[in-house]
Write a protein that binds this ligand. Structure first.
Ligand code: PLP
Length: 448
């Protein structure tokens, strides 16, 4: 049954849009109530990594639910939480050995912010409170996480509510903020962090947060080699914690457990989520260094923070089942291999006059659209080129994740692709073919 605008009582994100009603999911496909099939080419929003309808996950959920689904984190621990924490620590870099469980990404980002702050206070640095982040980034929509996010369009309405959080330029080689080229630059964008820490005062800066591969705001921006190593050095020099926001890029999405593993950089905290439960349940984590846990434990005895659904046993059982499935089917390696194939195929889209750049790592890929390929001039945001491409692909049976604002916070259009790691090469071919057709259709509309 097709839904009609505002006929029901749901407060939709876009109340003027007609959403198809979903029926079920199977593998890389989603089916709606009218029987239409869609390739879940973006895994929702880089969430679904093992595919839909996996029986093992359903069984793990039922098994846990038949024992107990909920306990409050201040009253009990559970075997489910202990087991999942152990599994996450085993897949994380050395030293990151404490896992704080949550149920939302913005909530997890704010938890990391507060954990950094309490750690600094408890170890005798009460002035350290600022968290530096980057432009062209997304860390969530709650007020604290939005303050960190570098997306002007999303921030505008809520600016008066926001904390002071300094932003630095992103590592965005296609639109280098310093007009340099990656072949010869010295990651000047990383040096911006040092300058900003000095401007703000090193004794006031608690942490720096960044997405190792930027997702929603810029379409799979991969940093130059050496960028995060330099960032790590600067953080160490000024006693600033490095928080890696791997909400999209973590749990195998880029072809490694964590995206920062590509550059052998160890952060102080990892914020991770989406792929951890592959969409079967809300499950987010902050993985913290032992030292952070130790200081909070010794100096205060309590982390002055918490949420009702922290350590939810049902969600934790799903997380372990998803990690088991990834391991059993060697899906992180599959993400790396198929990612190479996907990127190769997507490069073919550069033939289009409006495709300026194609980039990615693992099964995390972005296509950036421009009005003028030579000057890289973005389209007028009013044209909503990203939405036109997304809608056209959707009508042809492919779900992609349109985004914008990468160029200057408002302008800039891209599509993000992040399919489940079980996708086959033939299915990737079909995805790319649909994108090709959707871009052709959009070109006709915006270029006449
Ligand atoms: C990198 C990153 N951090 C944080 C978030 C916020 O997560 P949530 O939407 O669950 O609040 C997102 C969501 O897309 C994200 O991509």
């Amino acid at each position: 049954m097709a839904q009609k605008v505002n006929e029901d009582h749901v407060f939709y994100r876009t109340p003027t849009k007609v959403y198809p009603t979903v029926d079920r999911g199977e593998g890389i496909y989603i089916y709606d109530k009218e029987g239409r099939q869609f390739i879940d080419g973006s895994g929702g929003a880089a969430v679904v990594n093992i595919g839909h309808g996996v029986k093992e996950i359903e069984e793990a959920m039922l098994k846990q639910a038949s024992r107990i689904a909920f306990t409050h984190g201040t009253q009990f621990t559970s075997e489910a939480a202990i087991e999942l924490a152990d599994r996450i620590v085993k897949m994380s870099p050395p030293g990151l050995s404490r896992v704080y469980f949550l149920s939302g990404g913005s909530e997890a980002v704010e938890t990391a912010m507060k954990m950094a702050r309490q750690y600094q206070v408890d170890r005798g640095n009460p002035m350290k409170f600022k968290v530096i982040s980057r432009w062209a980034s997304y860390h969530g929509n709650t007020v604290g996480a939005l303050a960190l996010s570098g997306h002007t369009g999303r921030r505008r309405y809520y600016l008066p509510l926001m904390l002071h959080t300094p932003h630095i330029a992103p590592c965005y080689c296609y639109r280098c903020p310093f007009k340099l080229v990656p072949e010869t630059c010295s990651v000047e964008c990383a040096e911006e962090l040092e300058k900003t820490i000095l401007y703000e005062g090193p004794d006031s800066v608690s942490a720096f947060i960044a997405e190792p591969v930027v997702g929603a705001t810029a379409g799979a921006l991969v940093p130059k080699d050496g960028y995060f190593r330099r960032i790590r050095e600067i953080c160490d020099k000024y006693d600033v914690l490095l928080i890696s926001d791997e909400v999209m890029s973590g749990v195998g999405r880029t072809g490694r457990n964590w995206a920062l593993d590509h550059w052998s950089v160890v952060p102080d905290m990892i914020v991770a989520a989406k792929g951890l439960a592959s969409g079967y349940t809300p499950l987010y984590v902050v993985v913290a260094k032992e030292q952070i846990h130790q200081v909070i434990k010794e100096k205060n005895g309590t982390f002055v923070h918490g949420h009702t659904y922290s350590q939810n046993p049902l969600s934790c059982s799903v997380g372990t089942a998803v990690l088991d499935y990834l391991k059993k089917h060697d899906l992180v390696a599959a993400s790396a291999q198929k990612g190479v194939y996907l990127l190769e195929k997507l490069k073919g889209l550069l033939k289009h006059p409006i495709v300026g750049d194609v980039r990615g790592l693992g099964l995390f890929a972005g296509i950036e659209f421009v009005k003028d390929k030579k000057t890289k001039e973005p389209f007028d945001p009013k044209l909503r080129v990203n939405v036109l491409v997304g809608n056209s692909a959707f009508a042809k049976g492919l779900i992609s994740y349109p985004g914008g604002g990468g160029a200057d916070g408002v302008k800039g259009d891209h599509s993000l692709l992040a399919p489940p790691y079980i996708i086959t090469e033939a299915q990737i071919d079909r995805m790319v073919q649909i994108m090709d057709e959707a871009i052709t259709e959009t070109e006709k509309k915006v270029q006449g």
